[in-house]
Each structure stands twice: as C-alpha cells, then as structure tokens.
Write a protein of this length. Structure first.
Length: 298
C-alpha cells in the first residue's frame, strides 16, 4: 500500500504517510515494564504510561479512524504508548535512529480497555466505539463526539444488509476511481502541454532563426557584393583606361608622325627651289607654315 502510491520514475517525496492500525480482540503485549527509546535516549515505561494523542495537522480534534488509516494525520508527539494502544516505527537496530516518519503502526488491544470512560480521552472513546456490542453503547458514544456519530451513521448504512454494503463499497470505489482518473488526466494533460509547447517553441525558434539568418545573410551579401563590385570595377576601369589610352596614344602618334613626314617633304621641296604655292598644293600646308619653314632652314 505504501509503495503503491507512486508510479515508476516518480519522486519518493510524493509518498504520503501510511498508518497501519491493528485492532485486536485479544492481548498481544504483556503489561510488564519495558524499555523504549525516545529522542532523549533509553527510558523505562511503566504500566500506567500515557497515551499517544494522534491529531490531524493544525487541529485539536481527533480524526475518524478512516482518516487515520489513510495517513492524513500529522506526526504524533513522541510519547509512550498507553496500556491498550501501542505505536511502532521503523528504527535502526544499533544506533536507534528513525528510518522514516511516513510509516507508523498502531496496535489497539481491546481487552485492555479501562472500564471507566474519560470524557476528554478521544482515543479511548474510539476504542470503546470499536469494541461496542449493544445499541445502547453505540448511542451513548455517538452523543459524546460528532466524529463518532458520523462513523456510527456510516456503520448503520453498511450494516443493513449485504446488498447495501456492496452498494456503499461500489460508490466509494467509484469516487476513488474518479479521483484517480482525474489526477492521471491532469498529469497527462500537463505532459502533453509541455511536449506541444516544446515543439511549438522549436518551430517558432527555427522560423525566427531562419528570418534572422536571411536578413543577416542579405546584409553581408550586399556588403560583400559591393566590395567585390568595387574591386572588379576598378580592375575593369584600369584595363579599359589602358586600352583607350593606348588607342588614343596610337592615334595621336600616327597623326604626329604623319605631320612630321609632311613637314619633311615640304622642307625637301624648299631645298629644290619650288615656290610657296606649289609646296602648299603638294603637302596641304598653309603658306604661313611654309614661310616659317623657309626661315628656319636659313
């Protein structure tokens, strides 16, 4: 029952306190002096030891036995068990430290119940209620505690006949099954939501990364293209300028060479004694240029 509270892979901290209550109609432990261990060390327990007061967390009222069995109580004070109620925990043999406070074992010995009833002793009231046999006893005890009265009402319902008892148990089981199904559905929903959230986040992250990558790539591509374009344009400009310069130089050189040839022919005509008009007609030079050549040759 204790280990069955969690599934495989779940954390041990989810385990709730488990209280075992054994109600015996015979004497199991002798009423002799015994030794037990408290937080202060080993002490002796006498026959008139005090009774453990097991109460719900944050409450001064006693619980139903069913609530005690379900482990819904807080940790009881470390008091010695009484004459009819013995409480056990799991401890280490040699060093005597507590293994866990989430497992507790109660043994109620009904033959040890005192004859006189104490009005403020709730544990004794419950034990008397469990040990009661006559309707008068049940009615008397139910009047002393609203919790015992509630338990008495339940007991009357399930004790009517077998069919009623089966109906009651089936209804209780249906409630437990419903609560368990709701819990499992809630856990599945949380896991499914977490998975979908992770997938959605991953998709959005990929899209966002792709957009940012495209923008960044475009910016880098433009810068790189501009740099390469400038270098390529510069290289082509140099080559184009060189070609045009060579062509221009060639043209100018050819023109300059042709003019020099014409001037040389004109100088030869001057040496032969030809007139200015004849030389101009033969070379295409102006008369002023021919006169300048005559003066230069003298």
């Amino acid at each position: 029952m204790f280990a069955g509270q969690i599934e495989k892979g779940q954390d041990y901290s989810l385990l709730k306190k488990c209280v075992s209550i054994s109600i015996l109609d015979f004497v199991l432990f002798k009423d002799e002096e015994t030794e037990f261990y408290s937080r202060e060390g080993k002490v002796r327990m006498c026959k008139q030891a005090c009774i453990i007061r097991a109460r719900p967390r944050g409450s001064n009222t006693p619980p139903l036995w069913g609530e005690l069995a379900k482990g819904k109580l807080g940790h009881a004070p470390l008091l010695c068990s009484g004459v009819f109620d013995s409480c056990f925990h799991i401890r280490e043999d040699s060093r005597n430290f507590l293994y866990t406070d989430r497992m507790e074992f109660h043994v109620i010995e009904l033959p040890k119940l005192p004859k006189k009833l104490k009005e403020d002793d709730n544990l004794l009231l419950w034990a008397k209620f469990i040990n009661a046999e006559r309707k008068e006893e049940f009615d008397m005890l139910a009047e002393k505690s609203p919790y015992i009265n509630s338990a008495y009402q339940h007991l009357q319902v399930i004790s009517q006949d077998k069919e009623k008892r089966l109906e009651y148990e089936a209804r209780e089981k249906a409630v437990r099954d419903h609560n368990q199904m709701m819990k499992e559905a809630r856990e599945r929903g949380m896991l499914e939501g977490r998975r979908e959230g992770m997938l959605e986040g991953r998709r959005e992250g990929m899209l966002e990364g792709r957009r940012e990558g495209m923008l960044e790539g475009r910016r880098e591509g433009m810068l790189e293209g501009r740099r390469e374009g400038m270098l390529e344009g510069r290289r082509e400009g140099v080559l184009e300028g060189r070609r045009e310069g060579m062509l221009e130089g060639r043209r100018e050189g050819m023109l300059e060479g042709r003019r020099e040839s014409i001037i040389e022919v004109a100088e030869n005509f001057i040496k032969l004694g030809l007139g200015t008009a004849e030389i101009s007609m033969g070379t295409g030079l102006g008369e002023n240029e021919i006169d300048s050549l005559r003066k230069r040759d003298k």
